[in-house]
Design a protein around this ligand. Sequence first.
Ligand code: BGC
Length: 745
Amino acid sequence: MTKNLTRTIAGTLFGLALAVGCGAPDSRTAEAVYLDETQPLEKRIDDALGRMTLKEKIAMLHAQSKFSSAGVPRLGIPELWCTDGPHGIRPEVYWNRWDQAEWTNDSCTAYPALTCLAATWNPEMSALYGKSIGEEARYREKDVLLGPGVNIYRTPLNGRNFEYMGEDPYLASRMVVPYIQGVQENGVAACVKHFALNNQESYRLCTDVSVDDRALHEIYLPAFKAAVQEGGAWSIMGAYNKYKGQHCCHNRYLLNDILKRDWGFDGAVISDWGGTHDTKEAVEYGLDLEFGTWSDGMSTNPAIAYDQYYLAAPYREMIERGEASEELLDDKVRRVLRLNFRTAMNSRKPFGSLNSPEHHAAARRIAGEGIVLLKNDGKVLPIDPQQTKKLLVVGENAIKGMTIGGGSSSLKVQREYTPLEGIVAAAGDRMEVVYERGYLGHLATSYNGVDSKQNLSDDRSAAELIADAVAAAREADAVLFIGGLNKAWGQDAEGGDRREMGLPYGQDSLIEALAEANPRTAVVFVSGNAVAMPWIDRVPAVVQGWFGGSQAGLALADVLFGEVNPSGKLPFTFPRRLEDNSAHALGEHPGTRDSVRYREGIFVGYRWHERQRIAPLFAFGHGLSYTTFDYANVRADRKTLSRSGRIRVSVDVTNTGDRAGKEVVQLYIGDRESALPRPVKELKGFSKVSLEPGETRTVSFEITPEALQYYDDAKGLWTAEEGIFDAWVGAASDDIRGSVEFTLK
Ligand code: BGC
């Protein structure tokens, strides 16, 4: 295979270089400590650093192509290769262009979007995801995977929500850690993004986010902190936006003070592509590795070549003029060397694999576990071949490939199963499946030169499309409407936000017409965001199918036909109306080019809905199953919690239906009284249990005082006040089945 050949050639060249001594390790490197992998990492870094010239050091701190940075050829330190991220391994692009380079061996497995992963509420799925995508990164010889993303879901309009893990810092923290560990076990660095406060795409390159310290620490930072301290992330990506007047890619507060000093991050800070704006700030405020600053990439105009990057010649000149310290330079180089030694230079890293049957199975399994059954009266779902002999599928998202588009997470896959393909395969000869388009949405099928070659054109007018779908609905035993959003700019896509919460392309009228024509009409969304559902009372079932990756259609059909019992839960609130969301009710979105104020503070998502008693359409943590679960006997093993102690809260959960299923048991904690305002309750534990019909299991959670803390912004520290707390146990944030109180002393 080409890849093996490349490796063999590379190996031979390296061997030759050694033999003839041309630009390769010289005699000193024979005893070079930095090459000896049995030596401690820091000793190797010191050794390598001591051998490097100023020019070599500077060369390591910026890109040499769209996605690679130089190593130190003279010392045999290889280049670093990055790749997007976060849902699959991006196709190879040209040296200095975003377009795919038309390789024929770089198609990957697309895993479900991170919202779907978060919706599994299953850290085991995160571990499987990380391991699988890490193996694909390895096979493609990538050293840094640009992902995962953990920016908090603040508004349903953020075009990039689909790349993140929802609105709750605890859920995102628990889900991000195994992803990172899984990736890094492969000798590939995770690059957690976008640090920090990149919660919208509008004005993302310039707006200055104004947020209070409590919200910063309680809502927006915890998942990054967990990624660094528990996940051990080897790199982190600065965000495009500003915070306290400085761009986040060179931000004293976020990078120097919080990330590197307070959290002890020892990895490299990588800029977002084009997120660096100033040499002095980049040098002093925490950036280690600069990527994506505009360049013609070659030397046709030396003024904009890679060696004119902010951290290239201008930095070298600063040092030569004595305006920047060598100590700071060495700290940056150390971090990049550390990243390099952990990845590219790690000779023991596994070989990896691409598109293996295991990867396809993983993608399908994760997608199946993440799909959320939002509403179900049991009349249509799961589809029963006894009742449904003729099934009508309506909607563009049933036939449109969704792994292409949406910005930097766009992929080139070997095979993508659309929902219609999955449904037809699952139906087999048990029923007739017919398809009607219903509406025309986004007809483009290509992005960055990757083309699914689908032909999505249709000559019919909007009225004709609806009329045809309605006529077919009257003839069918059941209807599956498969719509939602897509990866077009202005929907679920990077670089822009949605303009409204409603469904685009007249889908609301179509759904109403279908429901009228056939009461057995279920609605399925392919999207990464909440949408308004004005027709909710008129349909018997609604499914949130997310962007499911390569195996999307198969996974969706697994759930629709009941092969997989749905067990996903919402990682963010679906408000009824945009005005019910705190960023719109109280805060600002999108603000201006200059600033956006997060005036809602800590009251994001369910924290806001509960405080204001605004019933959401579907609450955080909500998700149904084809079976039912009973919760009994919520209890605690003690009544008081000491500062160094822990309390165990338990509940007995029984599957009271007639099919096996999985339930996400959720623990929330509320503080009865506190000096500062606190949310009614906050997620502090969850556990996914698998239960056979009739089976009962006891689920337990350990509560430590840490779970009771809030961030005291006056003192700048986390604190837990003595007093009474409630532990609430339930199936969703709005479906609490029992509680116990306890006292912190
Ligand atoms: C995105 C990053 C991405 C990078 C490289 C940027 O536009 O914000 O998430 O990793 O491009 O493609």
